[in-house]
Design a protein around this ligand. Sequence first.
Ligand code: PHE
Length: 337
Amino acid sequence: MELAALEKQLRTLQTESTTKIGAASSLADLEELGSSLLGKKGALTDLLRGIGSLSAEDRPKIGALANEVRTAIEAALESRRTVAGAAELSARIANETEDATTPGPLPAFGSLHPIPETISAIGQIMGSFGFTVAEGQEVEDDVTNFQLLNIPEDHPSRDLWDTLYLREPGRLLRTHTSPGQIRTMRAVEPPIRVILPGRCFRYEAVDASHGFEFHQVEGLLVDRGTTLADLKGILDELARGLFGPAARTRFRPGYYPFTEPSVAVDVSWGGSKDGWMTILGAGMVHPIVLENGGIDPETHQGFAFGLGVERIAMLRHGIPDLRALLENDLRMLRGLR
Ligand code: PHE
C-alpha cells in the first residue's frame, strides 16, 4: 500500500472514531468502542498491518501518525467517560430508593493490645471500689525508688531488684511502681485510694516469663483503721473481676521492706487448668514508709500491692510466652476486642 493512502485511512479512522465516541452515552458502550478501536484486534491494529508493504523510510512516518491517532482516540474516550460516568451516577441516584433499615457495612474495629487491655480491666474493677488512676515516673531517683521505701543504700534487700542505673548519679529506671506510693502520699491527703499502672525495668535475663521491661499496677489505700482483711477482700474481688466468679486468692508470707506484714498472693481461677499462680506482692504499708509520705502511722494505716500485668495478660488471653507481648506481632491484636 502507498504511504498517502494509509495516511488518509488513519486520519479517517481518527475522525470517525471521535464522532462515534462523542455519540456514545454509556460507560459500557465506551468500553466496547475502546477495544474495537484500539484493542489487539481493533481497527487501528488492523490498519497498521499495511505497514509491512511500505518502504523503510515511510514506516516511521506512519508509526508517528499512528501514535498521534491513538493518543487522540484515547483522549476522546477519557473525556467522554467522565461525562458518561457522571450522568450514569446521577441517573442511578435519581432512580434508587434508599432503604434506611439496611444494616451498613461493619467497620473494622481496632482492638487493644493485651497489656493496655489488662491495665484498663484492672482500672475498671478498682474504679468500682473508688480507686482513681495516677501515674508515677519511669525515670526515678534512688531515694524514691528505694530509700524512702525503707530500703537503705547498701542494704542486702536491694538484691531483690536488679537495677538499671543511669549515668547521672542517683538516677535509675524504676524497678517497680512502688515509688508512686511515696509520690502519692506526699501529694494528697488521706483517705487515699489510687492505682498506679506503668512500665518498670530490671536488669534481668529475658525468658518466657521474665522481661527486662514489664508492667506493674501498684495499688495503695491509706485510711483510718485499714487492716489486712481489707486487702484480702479487695484482692478477692479483683481476682474474680479478672478471672471469673470461681477465682480465689491465697496469701503466703512474703517479704518486702516497705510492707509489714508482707504477703505473696497467688490466684487460682478454678478452670480446668486449675492451679496457683503468683501474680502480686502486697502488704500493710510500713509505718516508716507512711512517715516518709508525711502520714502519721498512729492515726492512719494502709495497704499496698504491686501486680504483674504481663502475667495477668498471659493468663487472661492464654499467651504462653511473655516475649510475644513485645514482638509487634499483629496477631496479638486480632484475638481481642
Ligand atoms: N514493689 C514490689 C515488687 O515489685 C511489689 C509490692 C508492691 C509489694 C506493693 C508490696 C507492696 O516486687
